[in-house]
Design a protein around this ligand. Structure first.
Ligand SMILES: Cc1cc2nc3c(=O)[nH]c(=O)nc-3n(C[C@H](O)[C@H](O)[C@H](O)COP(=O)(O)OP(=O)(O)OC[C@H]3O[C@@H](n4cnc5c(N)ncnc54)[C@H](O)[C@@H]3O)c2cc1C
Length: 498
């Protein structure tokens, strides 16, 4: 279900060893393995899209209807707000039914540091909330289950699984289909398009397929012996991402019933996992806090997303996905605060490792790599803010204590010093997999790969519709914007072909 990519070893993040880059290898793609949190980003994110693309149809008021088109808001309070939510679309949006007791402490702590409780998909994103998720009664709704499965019987739709696209085919300079490796037979096959080819292989693989097809930076393609169809230097460039660190950990007091004590009987585990049961939830990760930056700004966008992971240390059997021993009421005994930096300046790249279409692409994330070091400074501030949560009345009342055991690899620094948090950021980096931009849309004359209708520049009948098309990374999470973008893509295709 996962392509199991790993980025190249680079200095300055992920302990210089490369980071895991999970990507869904399944119908529904990464939406089938993600954290299913539904966040669109702020109004300003899309106003920026409209401005950089010099295309008003990407400004927030123009894209909001496309978010609403796919949404099915299942919460009464959300559905009532018809400006920002809608009912009846294919994508269910719901909070998780089982609320973890620790989440209540975390929400209160966020209020203690000045956040208001509000709908992050409403007028203002910054604040704290229980996550809206692409789930229905605790069960995941991926792009596959929400959009594809309900229409599988359409006569104009055929889904081929285990089909690994190896390149785009061309006829007289226009895209005419794709070649793919049939995983059942191990043979190469072809599928032809009567109108156009749409690549939606994601941030790593859409640029990979473009380059394998001869569309990309000419020197790079030539060096691998790939015939250049269209020299587009920006293919694979501009790999945007958010960044976080697992450096801040709080210990729960002994005996804290993170989940009710009576769920420990093995025969009950089944009912706990079924839709709506506590184990169909994501524990304290359901608390979603968006925090604005330190500098005064007219911009209402948050700079950080504070997230909370319930974990069990390896010595006690692994991570939160592993079931605790049946006699133990705790499913986790500590929480990690993972502050995600949303306003990142560092960009990486995707290149071909070789001309072999089955080889994994060469991914350089370049996290925390911007030259002025702004990303590192802002992540360190976020770690300091996270550690300071121990002083909030909510944490004190719940007796949540900061784990001061030094992080592996950072023992040489005084705990809590700036050097210590820099080490935490660089050594215990977390790649949140919010990647985008490797085949970005751009205004005419600006560096980019696609026009603002997601068509590949200079290659007729070829479009890229996925997170690689983003011109900029929103300050929310990418799944909702990808689905909005896909709604727009469907309209562009209808407009082009009738
Ligand atoms: C672990 C994880 C947690 C995340 N959590 C969240 C979250 O809580 N909220 C959120 O908003 N976002 C989250 N994201 C990000 C979000 O899921 C992705 O940004 C989004 O799903 C990307 O959509 P996409 O269409 O661009 O690409 P993908 O979803 O990656 O889809 C690409 C599809 O193309 C297929 N493909 C690739 N190459 C080929 C090929 N050569 N031939 C045929 N098929 C191919 C892939 O198998 C996949 O099915 C998370 C991501 C991960 C990995």
């Amino acid at each position: 279900m996962n392509w199991r990519y790993r980025s190249e070893r680079e200095q300055g993040h992920c302990n210089n060893t490369g980071c895991p880059c999970p990507k869904g290898k399944v119908l529904g793609g990464s939406s089938a393995i993600n954290g299913h949190v539904y966040i669109r980003g702020s109004r300003e994110d899309y106003d920026d899209w409209g401005n950089v693309l010099e295309d008003e149809s990407w400004l927030f008021p123009s894209v909001l209807p496309f978010f609403l088109r796919s949404e099915n808001a299942l919460e009464e309070d959300l559905a009532r707000d018809t400006t920002f939510h809608s009912r009846g679309g294919p994508l269910p949006v719901q909070r998780l039914p089982a609320v973890d007791p620790v989440s209540k402490v975390l929400v209160q702590a966020m209020k203690d540091i000045g956040l208001d409780e509000r709908d992050p998909n409403g007028a203002v994103q910054a604040g704290v909330s229980m996550a809206q998720t692409t789930t229905i009664n605790g069960e995941r709704a991926s792009a596959n289950t929400a959009f594809l499965r309900p229409v599988l019987d359409r006569p104009n739709l055929e889904v081929r699984t285990r089909a690994h696209v190896t390149r785009v085919l061309f006829r007289r300079g226009e895209a005419s289909g794709v070649e793919y490796r049939d995983g059942y037979t191990g043979t190469l096959k072809r599928a032809y398009a009567s109108k156009e080819v749409v690549l939606s292989a994601g941030v790593m693989n859409s640029p990979q397929i473009l380059m394998l097809s001869g569309i990309g930076p000419k020197e790079h393609l030539s060096s691998l012996g790939i015939k250049v169809v269209k020299d587009l230097p920006d293919v694979g460039e501009n790999l945007m991402n958010h960044v976080s660190s697992l450096g801040v950990e709080f210990l729960l007091p002994q005996g804290w019933p993170a989940l009710p004590a009576d769920i420990n009987a093995r025969e009950q585990d089944f009912t706990n996992f079924v839709p709506g049961g506590p184990l169909s939830s994501i524990g304290p990760e359901e608390v979603t806090a968006f925090v604005r930056g330190p500098e005064p700004s007219v911009d209402s966008r948050p700079v950080w997303n504070l997230r909370f992971l319930g974990i069990i240390p390896k010595s006690r059997g692994g991570n939160v996905c592993n079931r605790a021993p049946p006699q133990d009421p705790l499913y986790y005994d500590r929480i990690q605060v993972t502050p995600v930096l949303l306003d990142c300046k560092s960009v990486g790249s995707v290149r071909l490792r070789s001309a072999d279409p089955l080889a994994p692409p060469l991914i350089r994330l370049n996290l925390l790599g911007d030259k002025p070091g702004r990303d590192l400074r802002l992540l360190v501030q976020a770690l300091q803010m996270s550690a300071a949560l121990e002083n909030t009345p909510a944490f004190r009342a719940a007796n949540l204590t900061l784990n001061r055991a030094p992080l592996a690899g950072c023992e040489q620094h005084a705990f809590g010093s700036t050097a210590y948090w820099e080490c935490a950021a660089r050594t215990h980096t977390l790649n949140p997999s919010h990647t985008a931009g490797t085949a970005r849309m751009a205004a005419p004359g600006r560096p980019g790969v696609l026009d603002s209708r997601m068509q590949v520049r200079g290659v007729p009948r070829l479009r890229v519709v996925d997170a690689s098309s983003f011109p900029l990374l929103p300050s929310g999470l990418p799944n909702a914007p990808v689905i909005m973008l896909a709604e727009r893509g469907a309209d562009f295709i209808r407009q082009t072909w009738g």
